[in-house]
Design a protein around this ligand. Structure first.
Ligand SMILES: C[S@@+](CC[C@H](N)C(=O)[O-])C[C@H]1O[C@@H](n2cnc3c(N)ncnc32)[C@H](O)[C@@H]1O
Length: 410
């Protein structure tokens, strides 16, 4: 059947009207249905609000957690100090590397009323990885057995080649250092550079105090440095042997303290004639039973001549101008051909660990060393002082954990 154009148009219009009507019919809802939909919409919007509120709330609670965790960071430090002071790592070590609380208590001096407090101390130290812990059914029910971890194995022993970092950490956690940080605001309000936070707090700079209280603070300081040297110089000798093997005949360890580093170098590279130079009060306490020669002096005046100068943990004690003075004196002490300066210090941003804590710890150390007006430097900052002192090239070897060796050439 053939339809005219008008007929087709009329039919199309009728179909469209029918469809619209069907939609409208479907939309006519009962009162109950309308109510249910309104209720559902209300609930949905409440849920959305609640989700938004709880996300905002969680962000705030997480922020509070972050501040609390940061604020109580010093409790971690003090827990480690307490463990060292009480001799807990040694107590576990003497027990074969793992011990229950009653077994630890037999080897540390502790009032019996404090045993439950010791459990709480150990809980923090296991949470932070200083010690490990596991449950053990020892017949008397479930017991906790504490064990040494790689970290606490560095806190025990000290003889027969065992490295013990306890004297170094005890120095770092001691009241003379910690109290220097209690009024940083006061220090920030003083003109740079003097006095340092240490001097503001104790009335003397660190080297003056070490000389003044040689038997107390001086001894503690030097022992801390020897402990650090015993640990890190072993790695230096193994990882950076080539740095020392090429030296012609002599090396001077400038500001080398009691010679922990100098002695390790002398043992590992017997072809080298090693000299340790430090302030007179330090050299006065030097050991006699060593092939290393000790010389008293002031590195700001001059440095003894040698084929190489070694500077371990010296530059970071000083501001840029003082570093340039020391480096210039080192340059005068070595031959222009074949001589070199070997620096062991932090290069911020470099290091052999991929852990996030590498740079964080380097920056913590930088803020820490500000307490004597020192600084940790990144490569750009090192380059500046090295070139300002007249040296022509340098080479960074980042193989010592958070620290590096920097070879500096005239
Ligand atoms: C951080 S300690 C490092 C000691 C040693 N290099 C080590 O790493 O074990 C700094 C050393 O610099 C020495 N020192 C400070 N001022 C000095 C100066 N003007 N001349 C020579 N040594 C100095 C101190 O006596 C101390 O032994």
């Amino acid at each position: 059947m053939l339809l005219s154009k008008e007929q087709k148009h009329t039919i199309a219009e009728q179909q469209h009207t029918r469809t619209e009507q069907q939609v409208l019919d479907a939309m006519v809802l009962s009162k109950d249905q309308q109510h249910t939909i309104a209720e559902q919409q209300h609930t949905l919007s409440e849920q959305q609000h609640a989700t938004k509120r709880s996300t905002e709330q969680q962000v705030m609670l997480d922020a509070e957690l972050q501040l609390w965790n940061h604020t109580f960071g010093y409790v971690k430090s003090m827990a480690l100090k307490a463990a060292l002071d009480l001799g807990i790592p040694d107590a576990i070590h003497q027990h074969g590397g793992s011990a229950t609380l009653p077994q630890i208590v037999t080897r540390v001096t502790l009032h019996p009323s404090k045993t439950s407090c010791l459990r709480r101390l150990m809980r923090v130290l296991t949470l932070t990885g200083v010690f490990g812990v596991q449950h053990h059914d020892g017949g008397n029910g479930d017991e906790l057995v504490y064990r040494l971890t790689p970290a606490s194995r560095l806190l025990v022993g000290g003889s027969s080649g065992q490295q013990n970092l306890s004297p170094f950490l005890t120095l770092m956690l001691g009241p003379l250092f910690v109290s220097s940080f209690l009024d940083l605001r006061g220090w920030f309000q003083h003109e740079t550079p003097d006095p340092s936070p240490f001097k503001m707090t104790h009335g003397r700079d660190i080297w003056e105090l070490a000389a003044h209280d040689a038997a107390g603070f001086g001894r503690l300081f030097n022992a801390g440095m020897v402990a650090d040297s015993d640990f890190i110089m072993d790695v230096v000798v193994r990882e950076c042997g080539a740095v020392f093997r090429g030296i012609r005949g002599s090396l001077v360890d400038v500001a080398g303290g009691l010679g922990g580093a100098g002695q390790t170098i002398a043992r590992a590279f017997p072809h080298l004639e090693c000299t340790v130079m430090d302030l007179p009060n330090v050299v006065a306490g030097a050991p006699a039973d060593t092939t290393v020669k000790y010389v008293a002096g002031d590195m700001f005046e001059s440095v003894p001549s040698a084929d190489a100068v070694f500077l371990k943990w010296i530059m970071h004690d000083w501001g840029d101008a003082d570093c340039v003075k020391i480096l210039k004196n080192c340059k005068k002490a070595i031959p222009a051909e074949g001589g070199k300066v070997i620096i062991l210090d932090i290069v911020v941003g470099a290091g052999s660990s991929s852990s996030d804590r590498n740079v964080e710890t380097q920056c913590l150390f930088d803020l820490f060393i500000m307490f004597i007006n020192g600084a940790e430097r990144d490569e750009r900052e090192w380059k500046k002082i090295i070139f300002e002192a007249g040296f022509r090239s340098y080479n960074i070897i980042p193989v010592l954990g958070i620290r590096s060796i920097i070879e500096v050439y005239p």
